[in-house]
Design a protein around this ligand. Structure first.
Ligand code: ZN
Length: 274
C-alpha cells in the first residue's frame, strides 16, 4: 500500500501570516521546520497503520519548502516545480490513498487562515461543474480521476470542515482555530503532531479495511469557471483558446477530465498574473 502525502504550508502548525510562508521573510526557516514536522507526523502514522511506501509532494509555491535533511528516512520527496500534476504530483503512480497536510480553505472563507485559491492576488473564485472549490476540491478531483481517495486533511478548522463537506467522512486534524484570515488560536507542535499522527493511523487503517471515503470523481466533461480579482486578468486569461466570458471578471472553459481541467486552470492563472 502506497500513500501520497500532499503538503501545503498555509495550514501548517503555527502559520498565521504570509510572512511565515514566504522565502524572502526572516520567519520562513522556522515554518519550513514546522511544515516538515507536520509531514513527519503523517508519515509515522501511515507506516504505523501498515503503509508499505510513503511519497511526499511539496506543494507550496516553488515546491522547495520541506527540509529533506529532517524528513523521515522511510519516505521519498517530490520537490520543485513545475511538475505535470503539481500539488498532487505522483498520485498517478500506484497510490492507494492521499493525505493532505497543511491545507487551507478556499478564497472567501470566513475564519480561515490565509484563505485563497491558487493565487490570492489573482483568483477570486473557482467552480467545477458549478460547485465552488478551492485547492482541496481541485486537487481531490485530480486524485479522483486516478480513482484515489483523499483520506485525511490537516489544517485549521475551516479547511478541515471544507474537506469534510466536500469529500465525506475523511479524518481531520485541526492544528489551529482561526478567528480571521491572519489570526488563530494555535496548538503547539507537540500537540498537533500527536493529532496528525493518530488521524493518519486511523485514515490508513480505514483504507486498509476498505472503509475509506470514495474518490472525488467529477462528471465529465468538466465545466470550469474562474473569477479573477480584476477584469484585465480575465482579458489575459482569454488568450487561452476555448474560453468564454460569462461575466466581466469570469472566464469559462470545458475540460475532458480533471487533470486537463487542472492544467487549463493553471495556464489561465499564469496568463492572468502576467
Ligand atoms: Zn501554499
Amino acid at each position: 500500500m502506497k500513500i501520497l502525502i500532499a503538503a501545503d504550508m498555509e495550514g501548517v502548525t503555527g502559520v498565521v501570516h504570509w510572512d511565515h510562508v514566504s522565502p524572502s521573510h526572516g520567519e520562513y526557516p522556522r515554518f519550513r521546520h514546522l511544515m516538515t514536522g507536520d509531514v513527519n507526523a503523517a508519515i509515522r502514522g501511515a507506516f504505523e497503520a501498515g503503509a508499505d511506501e510513503v511519497v511526499v509532494t511539496d506543494g507550496h509555491s516553488s515546491g522547495r519548502n520541506i527540509l529533506i535533511e529532517e524528513l523521515d528516512p522511510r519516505a521519498r520527496l517530490n520537490a520543485g516545480r513545475p511538475t505535470p500534476l503539481s500539488m498532487v504530483q505522483g498520485v498517478d503512480a500506484g497510490v492507494s490513498g492521499v493525505i493532505f497536510v497543511g491545507y487551507h480553505a478556499r478564497v472567501g472563507t470566513p475564519h480561515a487562515i490565509l484563505d485563497h485559491t491558487w493565487s490570492s492576488s489573482c483568483v477570486a473564485g473557482l467552480w467545477l461543474n458549478g460547485q465552488p472549490v478551492g485547492e482541496i476540491g481541485l486537487n481531490a478531483a485530480v486524485c479522483g480521476h486516478f480513482d484515489v481517495p483523499v483520506i485525511m486533511v490537516s489544517g485549521d478548522q475551516s479547511a478541515c470542515a471544507e474537506a469534510a463537506e466536500l469529500l465525506g467522512s475523511i479524518e481531520t486534524a485541526v492544528v489551529k482555530h482561526a478567528a480571521g484570515r491572519f489570526g488563530a488560536e494555535c496548538l503547539p507542535p507537540e500537540v498537533t503532531h500527536a493529532a496528525i499522527y493518530s488521524e493518519a493511523v486511523q485514515a490508513v487503517s480505514c483504507l486498509r479495511a476498505g472503509e475509506a471515503p470514495p474518490p472525488f470523481r467529477l462528471q465529465t466533461p468538466i465545466t470550469v469557471v474562474v473569477e479573477f480579482v480584476h477584469s484585465e486578468m480575465a482579458d489575459r486569461a482569454m488568450i487561452l483558446p476555448g474560453t468564454s466570458r460569462p461575466e466581466g471578471k469570469r472566464v469559462e472553459f470545458t475540460a475532458d477530465d480533471a487533470p486537463t481541467a487542472y492544467r487549463l486552470f493553471r495556464v489561465a492563472a499564469s496568463l492572468a498574473r502576467d
